[in-house]
Ligand binder design. Structure first.
Ligand code: BGC
Length: 447
């Protein structure tokens, strides 16, 4: 099935103009409502998107071949590989108590079976830095990118993939698990599946299939392999069995090193809602999510929920009237109507109802040039999250995507998800008003 895993926003853009235009109104910001004691307030990042120069990764190859679907290369990214201390100090100062980041497999196991002690030490220093600043390290073992050798061996289509990934997890956990507060096995292993259910996505995917295949063929050629498969492989169905097994085996590998380390998977949960009385949205949700919700509940202590959009699913009957436009939308932004803060509450309640597992919001945020829009979105999302908690959903914490304006995969540096702006030449960090706003909420533990 042809969907790039990193292209949720692109698929939405491609599908826009269909039934997608209809969306619900925003949740209003609450006031003076406390979150549970010990609630985690975090910010999220991922290595490839902020560290810079992950030259031994499969995505580095995709970005640098011709033809490519990437608008630009990741290059130096935010140079967080060198500036992690500044980032962690800054987020702690802003009021956050949790930092979600990833360790990079391509650095730790640059060749199959050969592990770099220097890179393991590097990530140990990042974890220690969190502790020095009173921040809990919440660590993703796989966030999108793999070593080149793994892609050239067929990536997640390779039947050996689960074992290869679990081997990495085992070595990384042996060296690093002691300092972790949370471990995440795989980031959004099923986003490529979930985006298929967006109305209008099929036609868009057909157009993309060829471009993705051509890019992967060029990548294979450039590394001298007959295969090259990444999370952007146009054929998700061939990867899913290995991804499911990889999550299970990674949990076992991590727990073998530290049985008490809370471990789970981070799932992309778009909030599919009815667009008419006869909407088939419940069946659609089941088809989109049940395999991974079952897998996450069977292996893992919690479910990581990552929600950005509310998407209405039309039926054959009269469509519900369109909802009022969301505030501060940028002119011509076709996706703005889907950036509904209440999607988070709906997603969290849905996932809990299906799994009965504690929820950790591992990503939620908004692409917005206008930072006032981000503040509005945060207030609405947190008001909804508070409602879910009040109804009895056990929510461990909220991690906002993202700490920094970063490399947004094939769309490059243009989309702005960050609480903090980064100068692309000097790497100077400048917190936006939304950073202070959310940091204040985090420190007070109330909205
Ligand atoms: C991914 C991030 C991405 C974010 C915003 C999530 O799908 O985990 O890597 O940057 O969405 O697009």
């Amino acid at each position: 099935m042809p969907f790039s895993t990193m292209t949720r926003r692109t698929v939405l853009a491609g599908a826009a103009g269909t039934a997608l235009a209809a969306a619900t109104g925003a949740g209003a910001a609450g006031q003076g409502k406390a979150f549970p004691k010990g609630f985690l307030w975090g910010v999220a990042t991922a290595g490839h998107q902020i560290e810079g120069n992950e030259t031994n990764s499969d995505y580095w190859v995709l970005e640098n071949v011709k033809p490519t679907v990437f608008a630009e290369r990741s290059g130096d990214a935010c140079d967080s590989y060198h500036r992690y201390e500044e980032d962690i100090a800054l987020l702690a100062r802003l009021g956050f108590n949790t930092y979600r980041f990833s360790i990079q497999w391509s650095r730790i196991e640059p060749d199959r079976g050969s592990f770099s002690n220097a890179e393991l030490d590097y990530y140990k220093r990042v974890i220690e830095c969190c502790h020095r600043h009173g921040v809990k390290p919440a660590v993703t073992f796989f966030h999108g990118t793999a070593p080149i050798w793994f892609a050239a061996a067929g990536g997640w289509t390779n039947p050996d993939a689960p074992e290869l990934f679990a081997g990495f997890c085992s070595t990384a956990a042996k060296a690093l698990a002691e300092g972790m507060a949370f471990a995440f096995t795989i980031n959004e292993p099923q986003v490529a599946k979930a985006v298929r259910f967006i109305p209008g996505a099929e036609a868009y995917a057909d157009k993309q299939r060829e471009a993705m295949a051509a890019m992967h063929a060029a990548a294979a050629k450039s590394v001298g392999s007959d295969r090259f498969s990444t999370m952007d492989d146009p054929d998700y169905d061939r990867m899913e069995p290995q991804l499911l097994a990889a999550h299970r085996q990674a949990c076992v590998a991590i727990k073998a090193e530290r049985g008490d380390l809370p471990t789970g998977v981070c799932l992309a949960i778009m909030d599919f809602e009815p667009g008419s009385k006869d909407s088939p949205y419940e069946d659609l949700r089941k088809n989109a999510y049940s395999a991974w919700l079952e897998a996450g509940a069977a292996a893992g202590d919690f479910i990581g929920v990552q929600t950005y959009h509310l998407i209405r699913i039309p039926g054959k009957g009269t469509p519900f009237p369109p909802l009022p436009p969301t505030p501060f939308a940028e002119p011509g932004d076709a996706i703005a109507g889907l950036q509904q803060p209440e999607a988070l509450r709906n997603a969290v309640e849905y996932v809990y109802a299906q799994t009965k597992k504690p929820i950790l919001v591992t990503e939620n945020g908004i692409e917005a040039d206008n930072d006032a829009r981000r503040v509005w979105y945060i207030d609405g999302a947190l008001a909804g999250l508070h409602e879910a908690i009040a109804k009895g959903v056990p929510v461990l914490g909220y991690t906002h995507w993202s700490l920094l304006d970063n490399f947004e995969w094939e769309r490059g540096y243009k989309p702005k998800f960050g609480l903090i702006a980064v100068d692309r030449t000097t790497f100077k960090r400048t917190p936006k008003p939304s950073a202070t706003h959310l940091g204040r909420i985090a420190r007070a533990n109330r909205i």
